[in-house]
Design a protein around this ligand. Structure first.
Ligand code: ZN
Length: 191
């Protein structure tokens, strides 16, 4: 999947969770930082490839990307597994713990969840692609859906652009429309 689809999928995951598990009142910094961390979580598994957007935009990004990718076991390895999700989750918890004084009134628990939702959405979306995802590392089998490989999506092809992407937009519209009261209540409570 392309970074754009992953961004939208991460946001969709966040919207879905809030729709079904409404949040109590949150402050503005939690809302904004939560959205940011959700988007970072949505693309972070791809730091394992030197050509990832994050590395492309840094001066010596490709070089760093190669080192990071190598230490994560290559593309679609550790950062594309439940073990990787747990590892990133642990590291983020520690980092957020240190940053708590700087983050002011932001609720670091919600920030952590926003990131994790984004990261899991990435793995779900990549499961729909030809290469699949090694969800159960160290067992290296790459799971894919549908199980028949040739029915899966090629990254960036017309199915992703004209079916998956519009479908994700549709899901967002439907979620917000069907849980309108939840979302307007949440936004009214933001301080
Ligand atoms: Zn990926």
């Amino acid at each position: 999947m392309t970074a754009r689809t992953h961004d939208l999928a991460a946001f969709t995951g966040l919207v879905a969770v809030i729709a079904y598990l409404p949040l109590p009142a949150i402050n503005l910094s939690t809302l904004l930082l939560g959205l940011l961390l959700n988007q970072i979580g949505g693309i972070v598994p791809d730091i394992d490839q030197p050509a990832a957007p994050l590395w492309r935009n840094l001066p010596i990004g490709r070089f760093i990307g190669k080192i990071v990718g190598g230490s994560l076991g290559g593309h679609r390895f550790l950062s594309h597994s439940l073990l990787g999700v747990a590892l990133f989750g642990f590291v983020l918890r520690v980092v957020l713990g240190y940053l708590t004084p700087v983050l002011g009134h932001a609720n670091t628990g919600y920030l952590w969840w926003a990131f994790m939702i984004g990261m899991v959405s990435h793995l779900i979306m990549d499961t729909l692609t030809k290469d699949g995802v090694p969800w159960l590392l160290p067992w290296g089998f790459k799971f894919g859906f549908p199980p028949l490989r040739r029915l899966r999506i090629h990254t960036g092809n017309w199915v992703e652009l004209f079916v998956v992407f519009p479908l994700l937009i549709g899901i967002n519209v439907w979620l917000v429309g069907s849980h309108h009261a939840t979302f307007s209540h949440l936004l009214q409570q933001v301080r």
